[in-house]
Ligand binder design. Structure first.
Ligand SMILES: Nc1ncnc2c1ncn2[C@@H]1O[C@H](COP(=O)(O)OP(=O)(O)OP(=O)(O)O)[C@@H](O)[C@H]1O
Length: 431
């Protein structure tokens, strides 16, 4: 196999690394190269992770194939099962990808792995850039996939690496042939109803007839645009010095920048959306947002649905809220009250007797949340805690008829301290 681009970063050896194995040519080649490097080096332990999407009937066979391959190389293996069947066809690809990344991150967290290797290669990069071009994307989209990036994970930092980005599919095929590797073909790769597959099967071969280096050149453009995006990000941070706040984006300073320099303000807004994990809005949507931001009166509220989140303007700050139906977060409880075991038993007992209830706010509820303070109305506590109005709708948690917890505010102090319930951290998270 041709050597990868010298400038490409690589994960540190000497610790656990994970290979995401789909069973296709690319990841089979990646696993082979990683295991061969590891057998010489012996300094890092290889873990193989497979994600079963539950979408195609052959998926069980892929799982078995991947498990056997890991066994052959004598490396650790684990998998996750996703439940995507029933998703709308148009959504399914994006959904599968998002959930796959999440599941891979979970597996890495579970095994204490910081480096996750994926087998995207040069053709994938060229296809991504073409797809983005067809969508009318800007610099960030056209830059395609970075050789490495941090993956959002709850358990800590995970770096996702794409060590094969400098290799073409032809090179990977030649490597697989030379080393007599076996892999499985995903039938959806042959299916031209997916736009990416149409690009792969029709557009790229046509481009290669006109320009034999088309794939490498498209991937090179993506790399150059990646560099340009890095500079745009630095500009966004500079321009956003007084706009990008810890809890969102300042409305007035953003408008002031937009009046002076709209492209610079768009750049700050796009940067903010991206760091919040949101996709870029279409030109029409962006134009509508600017209209809203200009027309809204000082102190008024605004809300836009975007991706699966809500973007809200409240008290002069644009904030992102992920919409997760039925999930409310209670505020941190005093650390002194963390006595595991006791609380969970207390809650289990209450649940068994059917005494845990969720009720809607009626308006007159009061709760004491701190030592040596009086009981206060929820209205006061919401105001004091700057709890945005949309978070004030959370149901109230009662145990044995007593108000115990209010999302955004906290837990009933006397109940925590005197009557026993010492609440475990996980209980704070979801109700
Ligand atoms: N089911 C899976 N289980 C584990 N890893 C997978 C799986 N599917 C894909 N991968 C990993 O992701 C890499 C890229 O695969 P693929 O091109 O299908 O994914 P993608 O993330 O959807 O990319 P694209 O944006 O190109 O569609 C694979 O080479 C492999 O490393």
């Amino acid at each position: 196999m041709a050597s990868s681009r010298k400038s490409q970063p690589s994960p540190k050896l000497g610790k656990r690394i994970a290979v995401a194995l789909s069973g296709g040519l690319d990841s089979v080649v990646l696993l082979d190269t990683v295991c061969k490097a590891q057998s010489k080096n012996k300094s890092s332990a290889v873990y193989v992770f497979h994600i079963h999407h539950g979408l195609q009937k052959q998926a069980d066979d892929w799982l078995i194939f991947c498990e056997k391959l890991a066994k052959k190389y004598q490396v650790h293996f684990d998998f996750r099962l996703l439940h995507l069947a029933g998703e709308e066809q148009g959504n399914v690809e994006a959904r599968a990808r998002a959930e796959r990344y999440e599941a891979l991150a979970d597996l890495c967290t579970e095994y204490g792995i910081e480096d996750l290797l994926l087998a995207h290669h040069q053709n994938d990069q060229a296809e991504t850039t073409l797809l983005q071009l067809l969508r009318g994307a800007g610099v960030a989209g056209l830059a395609g996939m970075p050789a490495s990036r941090e993956l959002n994970a709850q358990g800590g930092k995970i770096i996702l690496w794409r060590p094969l980005l400098g290799q073409s599919r032809k090179e990977l095929e030649a490597y697989a042939k030379e080393h007599k590797l076996k892999w499985i073909e995903d039938p959806s790769n042959q299916d031209s109803q997916y736009r990416r597959n149409a690009i792969r099967k029709t557009i790229i071969p046509a481009l290669e007839k006109i320009q034999p280096e088309a794939i490498a050149n498209l991937a090179r453009s993506a790399g150059l645009l990646g560099e340009a995006q890095g500079l745009l990000d630095r500009l966004a941070i500079q321009d956003g010095k007084h706009i990008l706040l810890t809890n969102g984006i300042g409305h007035q300073p953003l408008l002031e920048l937009a009046q002076k320099d709209l492209p610079a303000a768009n750049n700050v807004l796009r940067y903010w959306l991206r760091v919040n994990g949101l996709t870029m809005p279409s030109q029409e949507r962006l134009a509508a947002w600017w209209r809203d931001l200009q027309l809204v009166k000082a102190g008024a509220q605004l809300e836009w649905a975007h991706d699966e989140s809500m973007i809200r303007l409240w008290r002069g700050v644009l904030q992102v809220e992920e919409v997760k139906a039925g999930e409310w977060v209670f505020k941190t409880i005093p650390s002194a009250s963390k006595a595991p075991g006791f609380a969970s038993q207390w809650i289990k007992d209450a649940q068994k007797n059917g005494l845990v209830t969720l009720k809607e706010r009626s308006g007159s509820e009061k709760i004491q949340i701190k030592a040596n303070t009086p009981r206060k109305t929820l209205k006061n506590l919401f105001q004091e805690g700057d709890v945005p109005p949309w978070q004030r709708q959370a149901p109230l948690l009662y145990i044995n008829g007593d108000l115990i917890a209010v999302a955004g505010v906290g837990l009933s102090y006397p109940h925590l301290v005197h009557t026993g319930p010492r609440v475990r951290p996980e209980w704070q998270q979801k109700a």
